[in-house]
Design a protein around this ligand. Structure first.
Ligand SMILES: *[C@@H]1O[C@H](CO)[C@@H](O)[C@H](O)[C@H]1NC(C)=O
Ligand SMILES: *[C@@H]1O[C@H](CO)[C@@H](O)[C@H](O)[C@H]1NC(C)=O
Ligand SMILES: *[C@@H]1O[C@H](CO)[C@@H](O)[C@H](O)[C@H]1NC(C)=O
Ligand SMILES: *[C@@H]1O[C@H](CO)[C@@H](O)[C@H](O)[C@H]1NC(C)=O
Ligand SMILES: *[C@@H]1O[C@H](CO)[C@@H](O)[C@H](O)[C@H]1NC(C)=O
Ligand SMILES: [Zn+2]
Length: 940
């Protein structure tokens, strides 16, 4: 998506402009097919014709493809591709890049074979070039690396299989995402890209980089991979991704065309050329080489490509004609990879960047940190869908072989997940009807996946009993167990009032069954549950706040890990102890809300409200929802719960399972009240005795951890103008605060925004309901309701807290975070199992070493599978687990015989031994550390 925010830039360019004025008279006609190419000793201006096609935003992905609902936004991708191909054929100099394979794939399927041949020729000749090439241009703040790798793999695979090596993109292109994650750069490097371009970064950062000519840099995107494995050349585009001011020749623009008939009155060639040279020269001043790039296109442009190309042909002709009279400016049709090649040829050294590009602000009070949390239910649904896809569909299909594949599936689940990674999908920045469309696609994909799971489990267990899936266990709704189980099973706890409230009329269970299960790695296990006539009664609810709960206090010989205490007066948490390591911190936790209040007198500096993208509270003191919580508690041998009730719309269960080393905080928030005409952004804040001196840590796309410092940026002197919003960072799976002796880690169940505004404190934004649009294009307030929640969406989620000694904390929180990301799937069957049913299965011969995580196991083609194993520890974070490990693939699987193995790049579109990347020299920096991640492709 774009919004007209780059006017600042244009103004600045003009101030810097060193105009070269040439007065000349025009030439009316000129031959097409003038060859354009870079010329030494000139300023080479690379014009890159492009279109930015959101895979859903104001319209759904299909509406965008067909050009449906042009009343919402005029955009039709099929026409863009039709028109561009037509125009490329008219002049061999013309170039075009295409980015989003989700759209290209739809279009390609509909072309005749002669058209497909024509397009192949254009690709082979470099006139149509694929850039980025993933299924979509993923969001960087709210995605998890496993889903990003999958969506890239899917798009790049299609391009390789359709076009071969000429279809393999050399450049990653994230022109629109709202801030940039270090892990994305690391992934792109490991996918073999030579460079990366983007459009959006903090306005202060850009100003500093323009001054110091550091808009092109070398990003060292991992502190664990040996350079240059995760080094990625990164270029910041001059105008976001728009054309320079005055040079937009799309049908959606109003800039004057080039009128080059000197006999007509409004001849404007001199003026156009003069303006263009001024812009080119001012741009050259803030970049390092004698090559500069201009993005000639924008959102959904080129539907009538003739308009663009006709004027670009003329622009190139008239500007270059001046070379005969001494002009040193050479304009050419180009692509990002041609431009990158010239930068590489320049053989310069480049500034090194080690942190990331979050948060993104386009002005002093305009921080794009709200979308880290926007649409929390969609964010969770996307995460569960990823888990279902990886853990069940992909892995089970491989393990059970052809037996699983009888059924009506295609790639629906994979495509739905891929589309959901788009920067207006899981980010929560799309219109409501589009969010509904993403959710519907995920649900549809999951239905097909269920068939595969049932087939696989039937094959592996030898039981064909019908399997049922309970997608609403988060609110204790499961039709099968509700109707067949009654109350008196061992370890039964009553369903809470909060849960009854959230589930509305979707279920009627009065009790929950709680027991501990253990499943083997890459496998399943079966538990049967039956009704005892004279079992013990369900645990009863105590209406008094216990002073403390700790693991399994009934049975002293079992390990006891955690103890939490409560303040008897307030009902709030008051401390957390790890009994193994004998450490205790003070810990209070409460819920607050923040918002932009339009009628607050304190808005003199800016009237920017919070919206889908922007977080803009206009008070730095959050409103406390309640000083105290009403509580009740439940204790069984399996679980202890303290249920806290803060307000009719905020409640929480503090839960400790018998053998759990993490404390669970299950929050329920909504419907967020708006009867006071104020939207609300609900946070929970953990205040501790940990001495953090402004530092805290958040993950990057769920993988490496980054250090953050409040009111600070590593690469420029920050002028902080938003004390809260300007200190929020994306949290994809975990965050922590620590001092020398204590580390408190919070594992989240979805992407959320958070920060450490005060020392010792960590806050996480859980839910947002807003009454204004934030004028970044979506055109709707983020005011979610649904059929079940007409008064406002209710959202439930979990935070897991663990307290450890800092040197070994990662040993606990890495596996914990992975367990939440890739959670086991529960299926249910009714009745007795056949006696020959295999009750337990593991696809592995032995568990993997703790440092190794099986990221991907999926069928690739008929007789090969794609396997990704990753070392999941950063080089510095664990004495025990950060060491390199060796895995014997021959002895890995129980049902697969490994006949051969070939190693690929991360996105599986290139053999590792064929992967060569440009080498770039950093201005400073040292190489260090272990070899960390290896990706394998094996045949079975
Ligand atoms: C170059 O300069 C000459 C002499 O001033 C002029 O006649 C000619 O038109 C100029 N050419 C262009 C392309 O401006
Ligand atoms: C690049 O620069 C380095 C150091 O200045 C020099 O040694 C090297 O030969 C140059 N390479 C090329 C291809 O010009
Ligand atoms: C928010 O949603 C509620 C419930 O549908 C509706 O009554 C209200 O008008 C909406 N407010 C805004 C500003 O969209
Ligand atoms: C419960 O999980 C389902 C997905 O399985 C999700 O759609 C729903 O929003 C969740 N409910 C709440 C209250 O968070
Ligand atoms: C790329 O596609 C070609 C043609 O289908 C195939 O032979 C080749 O194995 C693919 N490359 C990779 C790395 O999968
Ligand atoms: Zn976009």
């Amino acid at each position: 998506m774009i919004f007209g925010l780059f006017s600042n830039m244009a103004v600045r360019s003009q101030r810097l402009a060193v105009a070269l004025l040439f007065i000349f008279s025009g030439v009316l006609s000129f031959p097409l097919g003038q060859e354009t190419k870079p010329t030494p000793n000139m300023l080479n201006v690379h014009l890159v014709p492009h279109t930015h096609d959101d895979v859903g935003w104001l319209k759904t992905v299909d509406q965008y493809f067909y050009g449906d609902r042009n009343d919402i936004q005029h955009a039709g991708v099929q026409y863009i591709l039709d028109s561009v191909v037509d125009q490329l054929l008219k002049n061999p100099d013309r170039r075009f890049i295409y980015v989003e394979t989700a759209f290209f794939y739809r279009w390609w399927k509909q072309q005749s074979s002669s058209m497909q041949q024509t397009v192949k020729k254009l690709v082979n000749e470099g006139r149509l070039e694929f850039v980025n090439g993933g299924w979509c241009m993923s969001d960087e703040a709210t995605t998890h690396y496993s889903a990003v790798i999958d969506q890239m793999t899917m798009g790049l695979r299609f391009l390789n299989e359709t076009f071969g090596p000429c279809g393999r993109p050399r450049v990653a292109w994230h022109i629109d995402p709202f801030g940039h994650a270090r892990e994305h750069a690391s992934m792109f490097a490991q996918m073999g890209y030579d460079g990366f371009f983007f459009g959006r970064l903090d306005y202060q950062d850009r100003a500093r980089r323009r001054r110091d000519k550091e808009q092109e840099l070398l990003w060292r995107a991992s502190d664990s991979l040996t350079p240059p494995m995760a080094d990625l050349f990164t270029g910041i585009l001059p105008n976001g991704y728009n054309p320079p001011e005055g040079f937009c020749w799309d049908q959606s623009c109003d800039d004057p065309p080039i009128r080059d008939d000197p006999d007509l009155e409004d001849y404007n060639v001199d003026d156009v050329v003069r303006r263009f040279l001024a812009i080119a020269n001012s741009q050259a001043i803030v970049y390092k080489t004698d090559h500069i790039i201009m993005t000639m296109g924008s959102d959904f442009q080129y539907e009538n490509a003739n308009l663009w190309y006709k004027n670009l042909d003329k622009l190139i002709h008239y500007v270059n004609a001046l070379q005969a009279n001494g002009s040193k400016v050479n304009v050419l049709y180009s692509t990002p990879s041609c431009y990158l090649q010239e930068l590489h040829r320049a053989n310069l050294t480049w500034a090194l960047k080690m942190d990331d590009f979050f948060p993104y602000a386009d002005d002093a009070h305009d921080f794009w940190t709200g979308y880290f949390t926007s649409r929390p239910a969609l964010k969770r649904y996307e995460r569960i869908s990823n888990s279902n896809l990886q853990v069940t569909c992909n892995q089970l299909e491989v393990l059970s072989g052809p037996a699983s594949r009888k059924g009506p599936f295609g790639e629906g689940d994979k495509k739905a997940m891929a589309v959901a990674q788009h920067h207006d999908a899981v980010s929560g920045t799309e219109k409501q009807h589009v969010a509904n469309d993403y959710a519907r696609r995920l649900a549809h994909g999951w239905q097909r996946c269920q068939v595969l799971v049932s087939n696989s489990l039937a094959a592996l267990s030898g039981s064909s009993a019908e399997r049922m899936y309970c997608d609403n266990l988060n609110i204790s709704v499961c039709p099968l167990t509700e109707s067949t189980l009654s109350v008196s099973v061992f370890q039964v706890v009553p369903v809470s009032a909060a849960t009854r409230e959230v589930r509305r009329n979707r279920g009627f269970a009065v009790n929950e069954l709680v027991f501990q299960v253990q499943a083997p790695p890459l496998g399943f296990t079966t538990y049967s549950v039956s009704l005892l006539q004279d079992g013990p009664p369900p645990a009863s609810t105590q209406h008094r706040t216990p002073t403390a709960i700790q693991n399994k206090n009934l049975c002293v010989h079992l390990p006891q890990f955690l103890r939490v205490t409560f303040d008897p007066d307030t009902g709030l948490l008051s401390s957390l102890s790890n009994l193994e390591t004998k450490q205790t911190i003070k810990l209070t936790q409460n819920f607050y809300w923040l918002v932009y209040n339009a009628s607050d007198g304190n808005n003199l500096q800016s009237d920017q409200p919070s919206g889908a993208y922007i977080f803009r509270p206009n008070s730095s003191t959050p409103f406390l929802i309640s000083k105290t919580a009403k509580t009740e508690s439940i204790q069984t041998s399996g679980v202890q719960e303290v249920r806290q009730w803060f307000a009719p719309w905020v409640s929480q269960v503090v839960r400790l399972y018998t053998d759990s080393k993490a404390l669970e905080l299950e929050w329920t928030v909504g419907p967020v009240p708006i009867d006071d005409d104020l939207g609300k952004e609900v946070i929970t804040r953990l205040d501790t005795s940990i001495k953090t001196s402004q530092y805290f840590y958040t993950d990057s796309n769920g993988r490496e951890m980054l250090q953050r410092k409040t009111d600070f940026r590593p690469t420029w002197n920050l002028r902080q103008s938003e004390p809260i919003a300007g200190n929020y960072y994306p949290i994809n799976s975990r965050a922590f605060i620590k001092d020398d002796v204590d580390q408190l880690t919070v594992v989240t169940d979805r992407s959320q925004g958070g920060g450490s505004i005060h020392n010792g404190s960590l806050e996480i934004m859980l839910h947002r309901r807003l009454l204004y649009d934030d004028v970044r294009g979506v055109g709707e307030p983020l005011n979610e309701t649904s059929n079940i929640f007409p008064k406002g969406l209710v959202v439930r989620g979990r935070l897991l807290l663990s307290l450890d000694r800092p040197p070994s904390a990662a040993d606990a929180h890495r596996p914990l975070a992975q367990e939440v990301v890739l959670q086991p799937l529960l299926t249910f069957t009714d009745g007795d199992l056949h006696p020959n049913t295999q009750l337990e299965f593991s696809g592995l011969q032995a568990a993997l070493p703790p440092a190794v995580h099986l990221l991907t196991l999926t069928q690739w083609d008929k007789d090969s599978v794609l396997l990704r194993l990753e070392h999941q520890f950063q080089s510095w974070e664990s004495k025990l687990n950060s060491q390199p490990v060796t895995v014997n693939l021959q002895k890995l699987f129980s049902t697969l015989e490994v006949l051969g193995v070939s190693e690929l790049n991360l996105s599986a579109n290139q053999w590792k031994d064929e992967m060569t990347r440009f080498h770039w020299t950093p201005m400073t920096g040292t190489g260090h550390l272990n070899l960390f991640i290896r990706f394998y492709y094996i045949s079975s």
